[in-house]
Design a protein around this ligand. Structure first.
Ligand code: G3P
Ligand code: MG
Length: 245
């Protein structure tokens, strides 16, 4: 059985400002296997790494991400809200993260956020960017918007994909087949252990989010999930080391 991977949710977001280079670098240092990051388009259609639809919570700016140009967004601090230590952090562009990741042995789980009306636009910008940097083997594209995941398979079939789900699906296997993906990123409280075991047996790549509690981390490792998505990558790596040794 393969070791369960540890994906750092928004980077090492329990100790660093989420979705910043500081959080991504810290995740690599903590020996995470992957980084989950949220991507949406600016007004001038540049993919940037930020979770919320608005700038208010995690930057020094305010208003919708999609109403600002990348130049405007780049002037903001994306770390000061967390601590003055990180006041010089900026909202990364996806391309900055892609370029940085080339020298890291880390999986990038790119979660596509943003407007449903932007699906085709996002796909036509983001997938070629991944190909341009030769990172097809290093990324997993995921989204709560399952239409964009199906679109990914049509437009960039070589990319690994996953759907994100909050409440359990009624018949996940035929549904996943229909969307043409094996990746199922589920809210960690939404599936029973026997459902998880059954899905793993059927070849589904399960990655629960956001798993921060020690017992839950251990449980998903024991069950054999492909990865866990956590704000505490260092702790998860330590728990995993203990479990496999
Ligand atoms: O990708 C899993 C998880 O990040 C989905 O929820 O809101 O943290 O992006 P959210
Ligand atoms: Mg996310």
């Amino acid at each position: 059985m393969n070791q369960t991977k540890v994906f750092a949710h928004r980077g090492f977001s329990s100790q660093y400002p989420e979705n910043t280079m500081a959080a991504f670098e810290a995740a690599v240092k903590a020996n995470a296997d992957g980084i989950e990051l949220d991507v949406q388009l600016t007004l001038d259609e540049v993919p940037v790494v930020i979770h919320d639809e608005t700038l208010d919570r995690t930057t020094s700016g305010s208003g919708l991400v999609q109403s600002h140009t990348v130049e405007e967004i780049k002037k903001l601090s994306s770390g000061a809200w967390f601590s003055q230590t990180y006041k010089n952090e900026q909202v990364p562009t996806l391309e900055e993260v892609l370029v940085w990741s080339k020298d890291q042995s880390i999986v990038l789980n790119i979660e596509l956020k943003g407007q449903i009306s932007d699906r085709y636009k996002a796909a036509s910008i983001i997938f070629p960017l991944i190909e341009k940097h030769g990172l097809e083997e290093q990324v997993i594209i995921s989204s709560f918007d399952h239409k964009v995941i199906a679109l990914c398979k049509e437009q960039a079939p070589m990319l690994e994909t996953a759907i994100i789900v909050f409440a359990a699906l009624f018949e996940p296997v035929p549904y996943l087949r229909k969307v043409d993906t094996l990746g199922y990123h589920f809210y960690y409280k939404s599936l029973l252990n026997e459902e998880i075991e059954d899905l793993i047996k059927r070849g589904i790549r399960l990655r629960p989010y956001t798993v921060n509690d020690d017992h839950q981390i251990k449980k998903f490792i024991q069950l054999g999930c492909e990865a866990i998505i956590t704000d505490h990558p260092k702790k998860a790596v330590d728990i995993r080391r203990y479990y496999y040794n």
